[in-house]
Write a protein that binds this ligand. Structure first.
Ligand SMILES: [Zn+2]
Length: 260
């Protein structure tokens, strides 16, 4: 069974993909109705939901509407949006994100850096000029790669303990590397302000209720007990909304046969 924390995380990931709140909520419910049948819980369930949601977004080719494109966040690629929310808001570490979205460490570092630069580029409406770069490199300086600077993974707490100790000591004595870190920190900080706004508590509470009701039904299936007729229908309809249209057509046909 998913706890409140797990449900909150699923809601945030869905919101990062579907700009329209109603679509985000409905798609999350539909997807959870299926994924909750798998023998998963806690972090594993959330991870599977994250991949299921992004696969569904890609499969359905959901276009972001013009209103949402007013927000710089929705100008990003869907995977960029999800990894930023997963790390900045849900506090997923690099290992978890790599595993869930099947990315190498280099790919993830590059994607994080590009996502932040893209956000600020969209905000400014032009390329960002004040990017970190080494000014006076010494033999002891960490290698600087402009597409995935060391300073960004350092600020994301994604370096080994040994590297962290080395970098902390080095920065104190190296103005060039301190300059890189300061500029990177500004970019991290300013890009955070462009993320999706926090969800209003009453909206979150309503989504929670919908998802909990749904999980109660799915749990019956997962445990292997036989749900009653109306529970089966409800789960089926949640999974396949178009079935409502079919039921309506069948009823209309019956009525027509009776009166004619
Ligand atoms: Zn240095």
């Amino acid at each position: 069974m998913a706890n409140t924390e797990s449900l909150t995380q699923m809601i945030e990931i869905s919101r990062a993909l579907w700009a329209d709140p109603k679509t985000a909520e409905n798609t999350l419910s539909d997807t959870l109705a299926v994924v909750a049948l798998l023998p998963l819980e806690g972090e594993d369930l959330v991870n599977r939901m994250a991949t299921a949601l992004i696969e569904r977004f890609e499969r359905e080719g959901a276009a972001v509407n013009a209103d949402a494109l007013q927000q710089n966040f929705f100008k990003l690629h869907p995977l960029q949006r999800v990894i930023l929310i997963a790390h900045e808001r849900l506090h997923w570490d690099y290992e978890r994100i790599e595993g869930v979205f099947d990315l190498s460490r280099d790919e993830l570092e590059t994607l994080f850096w590009k996502s932040r630069i893209d956000l600020l580029t969209h905000r400014a409406g032009r390329p960002i000029l004040s990017l970190p770069s080494p000014s006076n490199v010494t033999a002891n300086c960490p290698e600087f790669n402009p597409i995935r600077p060391w300073s960004s993974r350092y600020l994301d707490h994604a370096v080994s303990r040994a590297d962290q100790v080395f970098l902390q000591g080095h920065i104190e004595h190296c103005p060039s590397c301190k300059g890189i870190l300061d500029k990177t920190r500004t970019i991290h900080f300013e890009s955070q302000a462009e993320l999706l706004p926090e969800l209003a508590p009453e909206v979150q509470a309503r989504s929670m209720t919908v998802l909990r009701d749904l999980l109660k039904i799915s749990e019956k299936y997962a445990l292997g007990s036989t749900p009653d007729f109306w529970t089966s229908i409800r789960l089926f309809v949640r999974k396949r909304r178009d079935i409502q249209v079919l039921i309506f057509m069948a009823l209309a046909w019956c009525v027509w046969k009776i009166v004619s």
